[in-house]
Design a protein around this ligand. Structure first.
Ligand SMILES: *Cc1c(COP(=O)(O)O)cnc(C)c1O
Length: 877
């Protein structure tokens, strides 16, 4: 019989163990081993049955069981200790508190998805996991972040396979009352609400749920509430569900509703107003429109509100794949804003924000990434290479500037170490280096560990993975319709002493899940190699609408189904956080073979690295900057350009052939021989790290690579490093700009807006009329200097509104300047009629071809970057 109503009864805990509610409610438990252990010890069997979910565990206890626990002195003591520990964690000064009073009091972070723990499945892949790690690292460092997102009724889908290996999707519906969330309520007990008007007199209301991620509150908007019509209730039904209007309404709710939710949170809790707004990917971009609306309602003009809003907004772009960027029809935007979403600002202005008014742009489209860039004074990509690629990709917004000047920087992603380090690795560090060792700050101590111990630890992790693989594989085959009697073979798949290579990620085409299948015979030979076999563990979800991705999964699974190889290669359905935490540590080698440069950063390889896995990867994303020759292997790229698609030397098929062959060669001739070195050279020499050919069955060179990886990559890939970069490079400068813009009733924002409009209007009159130079000898030498005179026309602008600049550097074959530096000239003479002579010295700082040019740029103290306004007047010949 089906229930016609359902509700969740909250557990009432006896007084002596009441703090368990807070320990379960604050998600710090998800990266705090002692708290997890407490829950496990309360009832190991129930803990396993509820899937390691503290709220569900407490809910599963009968009243008698709770009374027993409450009477158990040991339990009571431990609960109190851990509660006191949490209290200290939540209140003590941490890194951020050493920064001084000018550090922003609150930073709002908006993301469409959050991957924090398996009990709150609100993520689809890397973007969400990164957002989760961002919040956790902020908490650990004491950064006063507040997260904003949506609460999806079904999260992302669960993946299983049909008999013929076709991806099946299910969307289990979550019950918010059973999740570690609290509903924000008004003083009278009513749920707090935000509301957006919709066309045709409809409305979209949302409740605000709060998750506590350590010290960081995360506000999640939920449209499945009484008072909404059916369609409005469905807006937050699933992550990236639907397209078109559904998607647009999700993003309006996230951005505009998100700012409203922050204001409600401030009002109800006394939390400080955010001084910085961080837009994590374009999906949340409407937050900037809501802030402009707030300022316009307070009397600022569009230009003034835009200047003030931009000053403290940070935009992070996450993908160089155009299909990954949201674009709507302008007509859709017009339609929704006509309902009065932003009553004090002209819709035409909003439409301009997302306008693709550059070469190759579509005038009918509204581009969310473009809006993100226009609404943020500071922007970044997520790895150095991705910064380069993004500057190229969006250079159309800054015509007249060289790509390297496009104002998009980069902060390389990181991973939250306490979440992603296997408990056995953490325990190893604790016992090898003493109780006080915080794993993520003492990485170099790994050099003190004995090779044998590390090798034994690696085997333990591999074995642990294999146990999990066998369990999952059997379950998957049962779902695919196999009977138990047919499945005995699954109990012996994979071998704890065989080199284990992992590959798991979402399955968009550019990640090339099936590159390894390019030459099936070659792959088979690697798997079945008589002395140096490899085994592969593979996982990944395809977007439900991506048939090509599903076909790739099918091709791969069919290969793994072959009885000849199925003990050496497995595909595990339903890649998620829970699987990942066993998979990364268990693999000796983490494989990544995207089409360079389409992987913005990638983080799974980082998670492997902090557990002693070695990376085998195309030089894309983070690996491009962190591969150093000793921490893994680089799969060569057939097309080394960063400009995918345009200067390709090889067509995609040839390219896959070349790169797959390189991959097989690396595995066969470099990776496997090193892994099996100890076996081969047995008896050849004395044991010990100084002698790589040991007799102790330990591959010392392999272990040396592990130690090098941990010592060097550990600190570099940690999310704490990432957070500190964001704070120093983006949050603090943005907060300073924002404060300056707001001071004295927005005096600076108003002045900047007026100045910008004046400069834009006058810019057509600005030009470099003539340039000459003096002091150059017939055979110029390095170190000599010349005097450059530039005669410029500024029209109505005063000379202090501009920079007149010499750009000099190497001259390429087609007369482009490369490796440039700049020297500013000073005004020497007013020539009348809006014309000026600017002059100054330039030192020749290189041998070989040297050239220069002159340009005029707008200058204002409130600009964060010379290219910011996209205005430049370059000298022509
Ligand atoms: C880390 C992680 C990802 C992202 O990995 P990429 O290397 O960026 O593809 C996706 N899903 C899960 C479950 C993860 O843990």
């Amino acid at each position: 019989m089906k229930a016609i109503r359902r509700f969740t009864v909250r557990t009432v805990l006896p007084e002596s163990i009441a703090p368990l509610a807070r320990l379960a409610g604050n998600l710090r438990w998800s990266w705090h081993r002692p708290t997890q252990q407490l829950f496990e010890q309360l009832d190991p069997k129930a803990w396993a049955e509820v899937g390691q979910d503290p709220v569900a565990l407490l809910g599963s206890f009968t009243r008698e069981r709770l009374r027993e626990l409450a009477a158990n002195q040991q339990v009571v003591t431990r609960v109190r200790e851990l509660d006191a520990d949490l209290e200290q964690y939540l209140t003590e000064d941490r890194w951020y508190q050493t920064l001084g009073a000018d550090a922003p009091a609150s930073i709002a972070y908006f993301s469409p998805e959050y991957g924090i723990t398996h009990v709150l499945p609100q993520y689809s892949g890397g973007l969400g996991i990164l957002a989760g790690d961002h919040l956790k690292a902020a908490s650990d460092l004491g950064v006063p972040l507040v997260g904003v997102g949506l609460l999806y009724a079904a999260g992302y889908f669960k993946q299983s396979l049909s008999r013929d290996a076709w991806q099946q999707e299910t969307y289990p519906v979550l019950d918010p009352d059973g999740l570690p969330l609290t509903l924000l309520r008004e003083a009278d007990g009513q749920p707090a609400q935000v509301t957006l008007p919709l066309p045709n007199g409809r409305r979209l209301g949302a409740f605000i749920w709060r998750a506590d991620v350590g010290r960081v509150p995360l506000l999640l908007l939920d449209s499945n509430i009484p008072g909404n019509d059916e369609a409005a209730r469905g807006i937050t039904d699933r992550l990236y569900g639907g397209g078109g209007d559904h998607r647009l309404q999700q993003e309006l709710l996230l951005g505009m509703g998100g700012v409203k939710a922050l204001r409600v949170h401030q009002r109800l809790t006394g939390a400080p107003a955010p001084e910085v707004f961080h837009t994590n990917e374009g999906h949340a971009g409407f937050l900037g429109v809501e802030r402009i609306q707030e300022l316009a309602a307070a009397g600022l003009s569009w230009d003034e509100a835009l200047a003030a809003g931009r000053a403290n907004t940070v935009f992070t772009t996450h993908t160089p794949v155009p299909a990954g960027i949201d674009r709507f029809d302008k007509a859709q935007i017009q339609h929704f804003f006509s309902a009065g979403l932003a009553p004090d600002v002209p819709t035409a202005k909003i439409l301009e924000l997302g306008d693709e008014n550059y070469d190759g742009g579509d005038p009918s489209k509204f581009n969310m990434a473009v809006m993100g860039l226009r609404l943020a004074q500071r922007a970044n990509g997520v790895a150095k290479l991705h910064g380069v690629v993004s500057r190229g990709m969006f250079s159309g917004l800054w015509p007249g500037f060289d790509q390297q000047e496009v104002p998009i920087g980069s902060v390389t992603n990181g991973v939250h170490v306490p979440t992603w380090v296997d408990p056995r690795v953490a325990e190893f560090a604790r016992s090898a280096f003493g109780n006080q060792t915080v794993i993520d700050r003492q990485w170099e101590r790994v050099y003190d560990a004995a090779d044998e111990d590390i090798w034994a630890l690696r085997r333990t992790l591999r074995t642990n993975l294999i146990d999990d693989v066998r369990r999952r594989l059997r379950a998957s085959w049962k779902k695919r319709g196999a009977a138990d009697a047919e499945l005995a073979w699954t109990d012996s798949v994979l071998d704890p002493d065989v080199l284990t290579i992992g590959f798991a990620r979402r399955v968009p085409t550019y990640k090339r899940l099936t590159l390894m299948l390019r030459d099936p015979a070659r792959l088979k030979a690697l798997l079945l190699h008589p002395e140096r076999p490899v085994q592969l563990v593979i996982a990944g979800k395809s977007h439900p609408a991506d048939e090509q991705g599903k076909r790739m999964i099918q091709d791969l699974v069919r290969f793994t189904d072959d009885p000849e190889v199925r003990h050496r290669i497995v595909f595990l359905p339903n890649y998620d956080i829970a699987m990942a935490r066993t998979l990364f540590p268990g693999c000796d080698v983490w494989l990544n073979n995207p089409l360079r440069p389409l992987e913005a950063c990638g983080t799974s390889g980082m998670k492997a690295a902090i557990n002693g896995g070695l990376n085998l990867s195309v030089l894309d994303g983070w690996w491009d900057e962190m591969f150093d020759g000793g921490n893994g292997w680089a799969i060569p790229t057939a097309n080394p350009s960063t400009d995918a698609g345009t200067d390709d030397v090889f067509d995609p098929d040839e390219r896959d052939d070349i790169e797959a062959a390189a991959l097989y060669d690396l595995v066969e001739n470099h990776v496997a021989p090193r892994f099996y070195a100890a076996e081969i050279s047995e008896g050849a020499g004395a044991a010990g790290p100084s002698d790589p050919v040991g007799t102790d069955k330990v591959p010392h060179q392999w272990i040396a690579m592990i130690k090098h990886t941990l010592a060097n990559l550990g600190p570099a890939v940690s999310a704490e490093r990432m957070l500190q970069d964001y704070v120093e490079q983006l949050y603090r400068p943005a907060s300073t700009s924002g404060q300056a813009a707001r001071a004295d009733d927005f005096a600076a924002a108003k002045e900047l807006a007026a100045w910008t409009s004046r400069v834009r209007n006058a810019w057509g009159d600005v030009s470099v009329e003539h340039v000459d130079s003096m002091g150059i000898t017939d055979e110029p030498q390095i170190g000599e200097s010349l005097t450059v005179n530039a005669y410029v026309r500024l029209g109505p602008l005063a000379p202090d509104s501009v920079i007149v600049q010499v750009v000099h550097g190497q001259v390429t074959e087609n007369d482009d300047l490369a490796q440039t530096s700049t020297d500013d000239l000073t005004v020497a003479e007013q020539l009348g009629d809006g014309r000026y002579l600017f002059t100054g010295p330039v030192t020749i700082d290189r041998s070989g071809s040297f050239g220069y040019s002159v340009r005029v740029l707008p200058k204002h103290a409130s600009l964060a970057n010379q290219a910011e306004l996209g205005l430049v007047a370059n000298a022509s010949n």
